[in-house]
Design a protein around this ligand. Structure first.
Ligand code: B12
Length: 503
């Protein structure tokens, strides 16, 4: 077995954070196999780098990480090109998209193996099997085609995260200077992306994490996180952290311990958590987190409607009332809640869907009254294959189907689908999508996000003034003047699509 090319297809229009998916995979083979990085976010045309490496004859594996959306635009054509020009090269895909859409990915004939979930053990073991000619079926977390049938090997237990090797930042730095990833955001002048846990203990049926981790969660200890963060601070001058975990705040004990460790470092941090989990945190823990630099937390609020929270299998104790009470509580501790909502779920009738959208818009307005600092993110529901869930059965019953051919995901409408902005769900009519998007435009003008720190105080107050009549009188229809100002004057940036604005 020769060298491995680790490929992170382009995932954002601007430069971006540390590609932790391929970096963690690199850690699993570091010192055992030759490998190189190709980052589509840092290459004008990644094909040139991939082709150059393969033309040397020193590489025979292209290992690509793929999430839905923009990454498909490079992952699919480049993998296909490698198959055509270098048929002996093994194509391995890992990440959320292939794990959830393995039939389409393997059915394309250009991808040989899908790493289903964590690749820390699966990837090195697969390379060993390919090298020795032994049966890959012995490798867990793997899916491949054999004689026309899918072979999905058992899922491995989640690993003890503290046992994972340190990430080879210095190696990545040789390919792409790390300064290019450690950027200024509203959190700090040198913001790093760090991933301290895998999975999530909950099974929300609109979330792509669920089919992969099935309510499993494992996290690094506070001491290990702090050791790694200190390395990024001391070696690269990091002064802020984006915790990219699906659910960083599962354990109050771990969070509080990390807060105590990082308290004197003057770092500011952001992460993702659940409202019901952190609402059960003590006042002391919340105060400690704020003192230790926790500035904003992303939450899946989803909806103010308890029946729909149930239909979503949101689980836990989250309710509309709790979402309101928690926004009020976060204000007391000066930690910004970033509430994401999922609008446009299937209903019994079009009127039912419209009524629900209207109710959630009113609910979001109430949250803004309770705590105007609350950042609001609006997603339009895009199904993920949570087989067997009440919500997914409703989706299937509506006639919704994912593309069967891999190349169909390249079509503009499916790229839109992935961005959860304009899904092609049969029950959502254009007027419903317009209602959601127009409200979003007026809301973002009335309350510009703090994360877009390039906005001047004048721009912010101008947008507030210009939009206040519309927002005050709930006039959301055809907000073209605001769209033009946001696009051309503000170059407004939404964190849910490209991450936090960074320079
Ligand atoms: C960072 C991030 C981004 C970054 C891009 C990162 C990049 N790669 O360049 C940005 C902010 C640009 C981004 C954008 C989006 N994202 Co995003 N993103 C993430 C996030 C928070 C962290 C990913 C990460 O680094 N994880 C850390 C690594 C170590 O974990 P991992 O990726 O799971 O990797 C392990 C395994 O999966 C496997 N593996 C993964 N890749 C590979 C590759 C190989 C070769 C092998 C062997 C193994 C392997 O092994 C790894 C180690 O165990 C994840 C959530 C999460 N916590 O993972 C969401 C997530 C992947 N994003 C998601 C989505 C939907 C999007 C957007 C579409 C959102 C939107 N509405 O716009 C956009 C799409 C991008 C676009 N512009 O089109 C969803 C995907 C859901 C789905 N349907 O599959 C996730 C899961 C969030 C969620 N909870 O829903 N995203």
């Amino acid at each position: 077995m020769k060298g491995v090319i680790l490929f992170n297809p382009r995932s954002a229009l601007s430069k971006h954070s540390i590609p932790n998916s391929v970096l963690q995979v690199a850690a699993a083979i570091d010192g055992k196999r030759d490998y190189v990085f190709v980052d589509g976010n840092r290459e004008r045309d990644p094909w040139i780098a991939i082709d150059t490496y393969l033309a040397t004859g020193g590489f025979d594996v292209l290992a690509t990480t793929v999430m839905p959306g923009m990454q498909l635009q490079q992952a699919i054509p480049l993998t296909r090109r490698v198959r055509e020009r270098y048929p002996h090269v093994v194509n391995i895909w890992g990440g959320y998209f292939p794990s959830n859409q393995y039939r389409t990915v393997l059915g394309s004939g250009v991808v040989d193996y899908v790493i289903n979930g964590p690749g820390d053990e699966a990837f090195p073991l697969l390379l060993d099997a390919l090298e020795t000619g032994s049966d890959p079926q012995a490798v867990k977390n793997l899916i491949f085609l054999r004689n026309g049938s899918f072979v999905a090997t058992p899922k491995a237990e989640l690993l003890t995260q503290d046992d994972l090797p340190s990430l080879p930042y210095e190696t990545l730095d040789r390919f792409y200077p790390l300064d290019g990833y450690i950027r200024k955001t509203f959190l700090g002048s040198k913001t790093v992306a760090y991933h301290s846990s895998v999975g999530c203990p909950f099974t929300c049926s609109f979330c792509a994490v669920v089919p992969i981790y099935e309510a499993g969660w494992k996290g690094k200890s506070a001491a290990r996180i702090y050791r790694d963060i200190r390395h990024l601070k001391d070696r690269y001058g990091a002064d802020a952290i984006e915790f990219h975990d699906n659910n960083f705040f599962v354990s109050e004990k771990r969070t509080a311990e990390f807060a105590r460790l990082v308290r004197e470092d003057g770092m500011r941090w952001w992460g993702e958590g659940r409202i019901d989990t952190i609402h059960h945190y003590s006042d002391a823990s919340l105060a400690l987190m704020r003192e230790a630099g926790c500035r904003m937390i992303f939450f899946g609020a989803e909806t103010g409607n308890d029946a729909i929270l149930k239909q979503m299998d949101k689980g836990g104790t989250q309710t509309g009332k709790q979402i309101e009470a928690f926004a009020r509580r976060m204000k007391e501790f000066d930690i910004i809640p970033e509430y994401s909502f999922v609008l446009g779920l299937p209903g019994r009738s079009p009127d039912d869907v419209r009524r629900q959208i209207g109710e959630d818009i009113e609910f979001i307005r109430r949250i803004k009254v309770i705590n105007p600092e609350t950042e609001i993110i609006i997603y339009v529901y895009s199904p993920v294959p949570t087989e067997g869930s009440e919500l997914y059965e409703l989706v299937r019953a509506s006639g919704f189907r994912f593309p069967e051919r891999l190349d169909d995901w390249l079509s503009p409408e499916w790229e839109e689908f992935d961005l959860r902005k304009n899904p092609l769900t049969p029950w959502l009519t254009p007027d419903m999508v317009d209602t959601i998007k127009n409200f979003e435009t007026v809301l973002n003008a009335r309350f510009p996000t703090v994360s877009d720190f390039k906005l001047t105080p004048f721009q912010r107050s101008a947008m507030r003034t210009i939009s206040s009549l519309r927002y005050g009188s709930k006039l959301y229809r055809a907000p073209y003047e605001l769209k033009v100002l946001q696009k051309f004057w503000l170059k407004y940036r939404r964190p849910e699509v490209e991450g936090f604005y960074n320079e």
